[in-house]
Design a binder for this molecule. Structure first.
Ligand SMILES: *[C@@H]1O[C@H](CO)[C@@H](O)[C@H](O)[C@H]1NC(C)=O
Ligand SMILES: *[C@@H]1O[C@H](CO)[C@@H](O)[C@H](O)[C@H]1NC(C)=O
Ligand SMILES: *[C@@H]1O[C@H](CO)[C@@H](O)[C@H](O)[C@H]1NC(C)=O
Ligand SMILES: *[C@@H]1O[C@H](CO)[C@@H](O)[C@H](O)[C@H]1NC(C)=O
Length: 453
């Protein structure tokens, strides 16, 4: 694009003005915000580094690579979080960025750097991808300035969204994996699924690499890229996101952006976002993966800021897929409980039972489990937004397959048991003491009395 001289002068003036103002007005209100690509168009990447600190949480201070940092409020004795956004189709400031900055600052006393590369992240996706190396080099130079102040490499944490996750991977690669942590929030899939490890985020890029997958069948990457890879609700489609194209842009990016909103919820710590290693989400929801003994030696990983995701081991295994379910809306996190029904007598057909937990205000949480024919036990996971020990009642209902010609008239009699995840073998399950007759008519609620520990 050819630009007229007057426009070029304005752009230059704006650029000089933007760079000069914060230092002149240091101490007063000199806040810098994200640029808008539709306004400052050009072939320059025009990266801005905006610093937010505990003493200065609502106001971005522009850091310039060419200045030294002593006039900024960067605090070398605190950890540093660097947020890198991804492709910006519309060339606008990411809507989630203020929320992420403020939840990071509430969660820990840290320096937060928001990397604004909106100008290079817009136009076509492949243009943005081509700008990734130059951007990574600029971030690498910024980190070099921090290290020169005596900041330890281990205190640097890169948080990259979508394409930004691979930018973080590249920065980590330039530091040969010696930086502390990289968190990839739904790392981008297109152009990266088959990329080499040097080009994409991988477990070698930092001492601890984690990724949260929410749109692996579309904009996100399908393969694991970290030490721990969280596949939320299976990592593809998110509850509460529109399923139809008529919902427009929201439909397109809802699953992808959910990773960011989960992460913000996890930082706000409303309930633990604990996840469990398993071979697939279906196996997880069927109750086949109930603890973290293998490979995490008991401790289950949690989304948030705990070191190594709260996993306590000297050498982390890599590319471990872990699963968790969530609610449809913020704060998203749920508790997972194993529910089991033990038949007194085998049946000749599969038996489906609907299990509902009720809280005192009649809020309910429901799932159904299957007892395969000729077996005596069926199980599954029931997810709920209040802890299991706060459940007051449970109902069980028989769901016969009415279209079946064959019938099994054996009454469904057995015992109901439940336990919160992780279920360790040493812990006893809670079982209702009486044998239950489960029928298809509306069931009577049974009292649950599980002690909170
Ligand atoms: C930097 O952080 C440390 C640790 O929280 C604190 O004691 C110190 O006062 C901070 N320095 C400045 C200049 O804010
Ligand atoms: C990088 O970003 C600029 C600014 O948006 C854009 O003009 C360019 O096409 C992108 N790609 C490359 C390879 O420079
Ligand atoms: C019922 O209580 C739970 C937990 O206290 C709460 O999350 C939920 O919003 C309540 N539901 C209603 C309908 O009041
Ligand atoms: C819950 O349901 C029971 C039975 O239908 C009813 O008696 C009770 O008033 C309800 N409680 C609340 C808080 O709505």
């Amino acid at each position: 694009m050819v630009e007229g001289p007057s426009r070029w002068v304005i752009v230059q003036l704006l650029f000089i003005f933007a760079a000069a103002v914060p230092e002149k007005l240091m101490g007063s209100q000199a806040c810098t915000d994200f640029q808008s690509a539709s306004f400052l168009r050009g072939t320059n990447l025009r990266v801005q580094f905006l610093l937010f600190t505990p003493s200065n949480s609502g106001c971005g201070q522009l850091l310039s690579i060419s200045d030294d940092l002593q006039y900024s409020s960067f605090n070398a004795s605190l950890g540093t979080k660097i947020i890198i956004h991804g492709f910006r189709a519309l060339g606008t400031k990411p809507s989630w960025i203020n929320g992420l900055i403020s939840s990071l600052l509430k969660a820990a006393p840290v320096n937060v750097i928001a990397v604004d590369w909106v100008n290079g992240a817009t136009a076509a996706y492949h243009n943005a991808v081509e700008n990734v190396t130059e951007l990574a080099l600029e971030i690498t130079s910024l980190i070099r300035k921090f290290l020169a102040l005596g900041v330890p490499k281990t205190s640097i944490h890169l948080i990259g969204v979508s394409l930004g996750a691979h930018v973080g991977g590249l920065v980590g690669y330039f530091y040969e994996g010696s930086l502390g942590r990289i968190t990839g929030l739904d790392p981008a899939g297109p152009k990266y699924t088959r990329a080499s490890r040097e080009e994409r985020l991988d477990p070698g890029d930092a001492l601890f690499v984690e990724a949260i997958h929410t749109d692996a069948d579309n904009f996100g990457i399908r393969i694991p890229v970290g030490h721990i890879d969280y596949y939320i609700n299976g990592g593809r489609d998110q509850p509460g996101c529109p399923r139809f194209f008529s919902s427009g842009y929201k439909y397109l990016i809802c699953d992808h952006m959910r990773a960011v909103h989960f992460y913000i919820s996890a930082l706000e710590d409303s309930c633990p976002m604990m996840a469990f290693p398993c071979s697939s989400y279906a196996d997880f929801m069927a109750g086949h993966c109930l603890d973290c003994v293998n490979p995490f030696l008991l401790s289950c990983p949690k989304i948030g800021l705990l070191d190594n995701g709260g996993v306590n081991m000297e050498k982390l295994p890599t590319e471990v897929k872990v699963y968790l379910a969530t609610a449809r809306t913020a704060p998203y996190c749920v508790y997972h409980s194993l529910v089991e029904f033990h038949l007194q007598q085998r049946r000749t057909l599969d038996t489906n039972i609907e299990i509902t937990f009720l809280v005192s205000n009649n809020s309910s949480f429901r799932t159904s489990i299957n007892i395969p024919k000729q077996q005596t036990m069926g199980k599954g996971l029931l997810t709920h937004s209040v802890p299991l020990c706060q459940m007051e009642r449970v109902t069980l209902k028989y769901l016969p397959k009415i279209w079946r010609s064959k019938r099994d008239e054996t009454p469904v009699i057995g015992q109901f048991c439940t336990a919160p995840l992780p279920v360790s073998t040493s812990e006893k399950m809670f079982c209702l003491p009486q044998l239950l007759l489960v029928t298809r008519s509306n069931p009577q609620p049974l009292g649950l009395t599980i002690a909170c520990v």
